[in-house]
Design a protein around this ligand. Structure first.
Ligand code: MTE
Ligand code: MO
Length: 327
């Protein structure tokens, strides 16, 4: 039996596994070995279905894009394979490989996004209207998960602020909430975790209006694969990944802070703000470093940057706030 860490392996190399196990405590029950094997076999069939053109899945369709001044330069992109097979999308399973196998059934057309709450009048936008609302930009962003791993992803989308203008929020709207698609028949795996569905996230209005906040339709120049949050998701690059809600069906403008999924699950671990902050440890692990997915093992470890390296653009949003208190 192995007690303690094996010789020659730095503690930092072991941490991700521990974190992963820790997050799994939100699992309802352990899945039996037989059932798990069955799920994998089923998943392989689903991959074939997604890849078959007859399934009519839009993932992979090329998008016409323009260059963006807000793109992050000087970073090696994470491979398409890693970006699309190492995912968190708990509606489709709690293991990283599961969303790629299970999200094929997500019905991405027809798709609408409801706008409600403190707006001039409630509206519903069709996904194809949203796609044409503004020029689509290629924007490379660093992507940092609260579990201390990171990627570099070339997203496709436009600033959420362009969409918010079309929503015509009232002057008393101070927060915006995003709700993900939820259908327990399509997302059967959602019952494996104790999360209260649908997935809900939110931003303060000035955070949502910051040009970096991206309404996202694609990656690598193509329509989003379902496992990455098709047909439309949010990406907030200076916050931990869980703030970036996938497959959104509703946007709500509010005068009070909305409830958010991970904050509901464990408020002492996942705050509303969730800015990437190496100086505020997660209660069960350090946030000082991260493991860059896809690199050779010896090259993975790097120092986590304040605001994920986007401080120049966003630090001023938090000038008057104690970021240890508002984590
Ligand atoms: N609806 C929904 N959105 C979600 C999640 C989820 O489980 N459900 N996981 C979040 C987490 S923890 C992360 S790190 C990112 C992962 O995005 P990616 O798989 O495209 O890298 O999505 C976020 N958005
Ligand atoms: Mo995450």
């Amino acid at each position: 039996m192995l007690i303690g860490k094996p010789p020659g392996i730095p503690a930092s190399a072991i941490t991700p596994r521990e974190q992963y196990m820790n997050r799994r405590r939100f699992l309802r029950t352990a899945i039996s070995g037989a059932a798990a094997t069955g799920a994998v076999a089923f998943g392989a069939e689903r991959i074939a279905e997604v890849l078959s053109p007859s399934a009519g899945v839009l993932a992979g369709t090329k998008l016409q894009t323009v260059k963006s001044p807000l793109t992050t330069t000087g970073e090696q992109l994470t491979s398409y394979k890693d970006v699309t097979t190492y995912n968190n999308f708990y509606e489709f399973g709690v293991q990283k490989y599961q969303p790629a196998m299970n999200a094929g059934g997500l019905p991405t057309r027809p798709w609408t996004v409801r706008v409600e709450g403190l707006v001039k009048k409630p509206k519903t936008f069709d996904i194809d209207t949203l796609l044409k609302m503004h020029a689509l930009e290629d924007r490379v962003y660093r992507h940092r998960c609260v579990e201390a791993w990171s990627m570099v992803v070339p997203w496709v989308g436009y600033s959420l602020s362009e969409f918010i203008r079309q929503c015509e929020p009232l002057s008393n709207a101070r927060y915006v909430q995003f709700l993900s698609y939820y259908d327990k028949h399509v997302e059967k795996w959602s019952s494996e975790s104790t999360i209260f569905w649908p997935y809900s996230e939110g931003l303060r209005m000035d955070e949502a209006m910051n040009p970096l906040t991206l309404l996202t339709f694609g990656l690598y120049g193509e329509v989003l694969p379902n496992q990455n949050g098709a047909p439309v998701r949010i990406v907030v690059p200076w916050k931990y990944g869980f703030k970036s809600a996938k497959s959104i069906v509703a946007v709500r403008f509010l005068d009070k802070q909305p409830h958010t999924t991970w904050n509901d699950m464990a408020p002492n671990e996942y705050g509303f703000y969730s800015n990437v902050n190496p100086n505020v440890d997660h209660p069960r692990w350090s946030q000082k470093t991260e493991r860059r997915i896809g690199l050779p093992f010896y090259a993975q470890l790097r120092t986590t940057l304040m605001f994920n390296g986007y401080g120049d653009q966003v630090a001023s949003l938090y000038n008057s706030m104690d970021l240890k208190k508002y984590y």
